[in-house]
Ligand binder design. Sequence first.
Ligand code: BV8
Ligand code: ZN
Length: 235
Amino acid sequence: MTGAGVSAESGVPTFRDAGGLWEGHRIEDVGTPEGFTRDPLLVWRFYNARRRNLLDVAPNAAHHALANLERRCRDFALITQNVDGLHARAGTPNPIELHGNIWLNTCTGCTHYEWADATWRATGNPSAASFPDDPRCPKCAGRLRPGVVWFGEMLPDWAVRRAEQAVCRCDVMLVIGTSAVVYPAAGLAHLAAARGAFVVEINPQRTPLSKEADAVLSGKAGEIMPALLQRVASS
Ligand code: BV8
Ligand code: ZN
């Protein structure tokens, strides 16, 4: 399971590190449905700024090592709290995106949804991506919102179910680059431990999970994951 730290070496700001995404913004204003209802243009400015930043970043060695590890493992699941889509761009076939995807737009008035970077995917030209500040639904003209999970919102059922099945059957769970404070995602590591998995935390900082993990590898994901892959490949 990964958090924002796995994308830090790609140049994507984390949330709670110094200079992180939440600085300059109150979570209540840009990370909740109430904030979106109160000021949708502010929220769209926040998400469009993140989308623009993502045009200039690429998956890093940690994303690639995880995609490579999956190809070597008989039974592997990649769970992420991240919405940046970098695991998929690194070749992970079916990332379990617990908190949605920043490139998804969903309609507040009907079931319509669309990929905001569809033109980019079609043309391979990132600058073709558009960033309207108040996008509307082509079906009902309702306001579109970013297809992410905000605080106080339920996570997608399919994602929680797949994630729980994976952590209940795994022998080893790597918890990479997360401050382990946001639930229910953070609870997955505790569930894995309770089911007897060997839980490894990979993070330069200690977190509330550190004392429960079976092993803590202190360092950057972009350095530790390739080394771990090397060890697995040679064993
Ligand atoms: C829910 C949106 C049921 C997408 C995010 C009171 C009222 C209502 C709810 C609650 C409440 N009290 C608690 C809750 C539950 C709440 C919660 O957990 N709150 C916490 C903060 C106390 N959770 C929810 O609301 C969830 N829904 O519970 O629904 C419900 C419904 C109603 C009422 C009650 C319950 C929804 C949670 C999802 C929220 N959406 N983001 C987006 O814009 O991205 S959360 C946001 O934080 C991101 O998704 C992010 O993924 C997530 C966790 O952050 P991290 O990924 O860990 O990132 P962070 O910056 O924190 O840490 C980075 C780490 O990386 C650090 O440890 C750093 O050391 C490390 N690092 C840095 N560089 C590197 C590195 N590691 C490795 N290598 C490096 N190079
Ligand atoms: Zn609609």
